[in-house]
Design a protein around this ligand. Structure first.
Ligand code: NDP
Ligand code: ZN
Length: 170
């Protein structure tokens, strides 16, 4: 299932790039999130790893939750739904809702959310979005911490890693 999820995500994110100056292929991000969970955090639950690979497909591609349910089953679909923002809302509201909803996430969704935030902070440090000011990077770090602070208790290792990366706040 994991390899199939990687293939599905690569296909859906085809042509997309990260916001960095290097125009890194977008798929590198879900791959990094899945790798962090499996190699660094030691998570062996295939449904969590598949959901990590798929975590941005519904938000950022034409993938639908039904398609993910049919291909990967209801459990994976439900994790992806939990980590998908409602793009019909204004971005400030979406960011506020991530903070508020973090406390109600399932354990599996917390793991994916934690790894996603760690990877995005690492990206901002090493391959930042072009044209982001210092202030914007700092605001992003603080917002990510506000989300993670409402998740704590899910995985001590990942939370400790988040705190370590946060120490490098620009
Ligand atoms: P974006 O949501 O536009 O960008 C951040 C997201 O982009 C990340 O969460 C990540 O999401 C993705 N991403 C892609 N490439 C990278 C990369 N190289 N490094 C890190 N992340 C990457 O920005 P904001 O989160 O700031 O959201 C917009 C908000 O910003 C609004 O609320 C607005 O008010 C505010 N804003 C602030 C400005 C300022 O100067 N302070 C200016 C303009 C807006 P994923 O995991 O989904 O790929
Ligand atoms: Zn992501």
């Amino acid at each position: 299932m994991i390899t199939r999820a990687a293939e599905f995500a690569a296909d859906k994110h085809r042509g997309q790039t990260r916001k960095d100056a290097e125009r890194t292929p977008y798929i590198n991000h879900p791959l990094a999130v899945a790798r962090l969970l499996s190699e660094t955090a030691g998570i062996q639950d295939a449904q969590v790893i598949a959901a990590a690979l798929l975590h941005d497909t519904v938000e950022d591609t034409d993938a639908t939750v039904d398609e993910i349910g049919e291909e990967f089953g209801q459990a994976v679909r439900d994790i992806v739904i939990e980590v998908t923002d409602d793009k019909s809302l204004p971005s400030a509201r979406r960011k506020q809702l991530q903070i508020e909803n973090a406390a109600g996430l399932s354990h599996a969704a917390r793991l994916v959310k934690l790894a996603d935030k760690i990877c995005n902070l690492q990206d901002i440090l090493a391959h930042p979005p072009v044209h982001w000011s210092l202030e914007r990077k700092r605001e992003y770090f603080d917002w990510a911490k506000a989300v993670v602070d409402n998740i704590r208790g899910a995985h001590a290792g990942l939370e400790g890693l988040f705190d370590q990366v946060y120490l490098h706040k620009p």
